[in-house]
Design a protein around this ligand. Sequence first.
Ligand SMILES: Nc1ncnc2c1ncn2[C@@H]1O[C@H](COP(=O)(O)OP(=O)(O)OP(=O)(O)O)[C@@H](O)[C@H]1O
Length: 213
Amino acid sequence: MIQFKDVSKTFKSKGVTTQALQHVSLTIEDGDMFGVIGFSGAGKSTLLRMVNGLEMPTEGHVEINGQDLSKVSHNEMRKLRKSIGMVFQQFNLLDSRTVFDNVAIPLRLNKVDKDTMHKKVMELLEYVNLADKADAYPGQLSGGQKQRVGIARALATDPSILLCDEATSALDPETTESILQLLERIHKELNITILRCSSLRTKYKSSSAYATA
Ligand SMILES: Nc1ncnc2c1ncn2[C@@H]1O[C@H](COP(=O)(O)OP(=O)(O)OP(=O)(O)O)[C@@H](O)[C@H]1O
């Protein structure tokens, strides 16, 4: 379970103060698919980055399974981060590495042995329907395929939580739909809690920085 308890976040940079989040309280149960929507600058990425401890609240607490992230040790934080995958808007793939190598990155960092790593990477590529692209480079892939690689990489450490920061914002509507279907499948079949944020760019107006879907 992920809990935000009256969380506020202020950034101070070069004499400028930005209030990114104000008094956010929410609970995401295990196995939820939770959506956060808001206009650009509403604080969505900041909120997401607080779940894996990349940002810390200025006020309030973020807890994962009852563990206050501001109180966990360095080692516990490392363990926790292994259980959280992240998918990015711009995919964040290494262009000089093959699809296989990109997906293998978290496994190499975790010193997984070669055979296990090979098996795992190929399983993941099959899961996202890209096994035939294992030796391709990101530059040879479409946006949707790149995002599938990003998703496979995020799943490499068998996370229990998947954070998706505008995972479909760089994609056309049809590709967006296929990525959303893949996330739905991951949610259902792998029982992963998904926290997804996306921009509100339609005509709908909202004074709220976040909403659940
Ligand atoms: N490291 C930082 N230092 C200073 N200000 C920051 C920092 N990170 C975010 N901000 C500011 O906090 C506010 C919220 O940023 P955030 O990236 O969380 O918004 P967002 O809703 O994800 O926006 P977008 O949809 O454009 O990605 C913005 O005004 C941003 O400029």
